[in-house]
Design a binder for this molecule. Sequence first.
Ligand SMILES: C[S@@+](CC[C@H](N)C(=O)[O-])C[C@H]1O[C@@H](n2cnc3c(N)ncnc32)[C@H](O)[C@@H]1O
Length: 264
Amino acid sequence: MLLAVVYSCVGGGALLYALYRWIIPNLLQYHTGALLFWHDDLVPWVRDTVYGSTRPERILAEVKRKATRGDARSVVDTIDQYCRHQEWAMNVGDEKGTILDSIVCEVKPRAMLELGTYCGYSAVRIASLLPPNSRLITMEFNPVFAAIARQVIAWAGVEDKVVLIEGPSGDWIPKMKKEFGLTSFDLVFLDHWKDCYLPDTKLMEECGLLRTGSILVADNVICPGAPDYLEYVRGSPRYESKYFRSHLEYTRVEDGIEKSVFLG
Ligand SMILES: C[S@@+](CC[C@H](N)C(=O)[O-])C[C@H]1O[C@@H](n2cnc3c(N)ncnc32)[C@H](O)[C@@H]1O
């Protein structure tokens, strides 16, 4: 009798674990709305409740536990391992990150802007590839995420290349030239809320932050998607635009990066 109870508990536990780790995420691969709800709402809520911490706090703890201090590559790899195998998070991720890396290496920006820092994963990735005397300004309006990102960036040893500013992009963009003594950005990575891509692009144009040849790189243009932005950069004579097909971070769902050159 006791043995039967033990077997049922172990079997039930194993089934629940398999459902949570493999079966449900795999079944949801083909329904993006449900997949995002699972990874971005339901699972974090359960984990936050069980562990008494937030996902960004757990990512930071994993970095401190496993990544080598001062080694940006090790920080990026640690976050990728964690988010692929333990807990999904909205970093650009390893697959699209490689596309971003190649653009950063090709452009060699002196001045680069990132909209949407989250835990600092892409900021570390970008900063580690910047040439000397270059800087990345990254913007985050959630103070809790910004505090975590500062620690991740410092752990990676790239804080001298990164300026993290806190606040909404719509408030900051008009102040950028004056606050930072900038003429324009060579490269802009758009990775904040998708409905901000288009208004912020138009605002950067209005504020003279784009010069002929400035490049915009936009993440998640398919999933969750930024259709108004895509229509604009693909249809406007002011841009030459190219799509890089890939997958939503840490999944097999289609997503991609749009690279758009501002023609003036
Ligand atoms: C997809 S995450 C950024 C991921 C990050 N680029 C990476 O790959 O590691 C989007 C972030 O943008 C921030 N955000 C969204 N809209 C924003 C806005 N208008 N201004 C500043 N931050 C914003 C969110 O709080 C969130 O942390």
